[in-house]
Design a protein around this ligand. Structure first.
Ligand code: GRF
Length: 204
C-alpha cells in the first residue's frame, strides 16, 4: 500500500505542458504536516522540462502526447483519463497545462480539478493575458487559481494574487513578477482545498 494510503494523505496529480515551475512549487509545499502528497506528474508533451524536474523530486511521471491523437480530443482524454485513474488522485492540479479540456472530461472529474491562470479573472481568460493587461493600461495584474469547469478559465475562484504594473513593463517583465506570486498562491490554495476549505486565498 503506497505511503499516502497508509497516512491517509490526499493524492494529488499535477498536469503540465512546459517547464513546471508551478509544479515544483506545489510539490515542494506538500511535505511535513501537509495533508496531501504528489503522486503523479503527467504531461501532454513527452519532452516537457517539468518531467525531469518531477523525476528529480522522486515523483512518478508519465506523458500522453496529444499530437498522437491527431486532434481527436475524446481519444486523447480517454488515454489521459486512464493514466490518471491508475494514479487514483483525489485532486488534479493543472499547472501550465496548455490543452483545453472538454466538458466530458471536466464533468468526469468535477469538483476535483484546479487551474492557475496568469490574470485577475474574470479579466483576460485565454492567452496573452499580460499583453492584454498592458494594452488596456491596467494599474495592476496578477494570477488566479480557480476550480475547473466547462467554462474555460471561468470556474469558481479559489484564490487571487495582485501585483502592480510598473512603468516600462513588458509582457515578459510582468509575467516574471506574476509568476513569483503564482508560486505562493497555488500552494496556499491547494493546502486549503484538500481539506475541503474553499475560502478564497487573497494576496496583495
Ligand atoms: C504560468 O504562468 C501559468 O499561469 C500559465 O502557464 C505558465 C506555466 O508556467 N498557465 P510553469 O510551466 O508552471 O513554469
Amino acid at each position: 500500500m503506497s505511503p499516502d494510503r497508509q497516512t491517509g494523505a490526499k493524492r494529488v496529480a499535477i498536469l503540465i505542458s512546459g517547464s513546471g515551475s508551478n509544479m515544483v512549487a506545489l510539490a515542494d509545499s506538500m511535505s511535513g504536516d501537509h495533508p496531501a502528497r504528489p503522486v503523479l506528474v503527467l504531461s501532454n508533451r513527452p519532452g516537457a522540462g517539468g518531467l525531469a524536474r518531477a523525476e528529480a523530486l522522486g515523483i512518478a511521471t508519465a506523458a500522453v502526447d496529444h499530437r498522437a491523437f491527431e486532434g481527436d480530443r475524446a481519444r486523447f482524454e480517454a488515454a489521459l483519463g486512464e493514466v490518471l485513474a491508475a494514479a487514483e488522485p483525489d485532486v488534479i492540479c493543472l499547472a501550465g497545462f496548455m490543452r483545453i479540456l472538454t466538458p466530458a472530461f471536466t464533468r468526469a472529474w468535477a469538483g476535483r480539478v484546479l487551474n492557475i491562470h496568469p490574470s485577475l479573472l474574470p479579466k483576460y481568460p485565454g492567452l496573452h493575458s499580460h499583453a492584454r493587461a498592458l494594452e488596456a493600461g491596467d494599474a495592476e495584474a496578477g494570477c488566479t487559481v480557480h476550480e475547473v469547469t466547462e467554462a474555460l478559465d471561468g470556474g469558481p475562484i479559489l484564490g487571487q494574487a495582485r501585483v502592480p504594473v510598473l512603468p516600462g513593463d513588458t509582457p515578459e517583465t510582468l509575467a516574471a513578477r506574476v509568476l513569483v506570486e503564482e508560486h505562493r498562491l497555488y500552494p496556499a490554495v491547494l493546502r486549503r482545498f484538500v481539506t475541503g476549505d474553499r475560502t478564497p486565498v487573497l494576496f496583495g
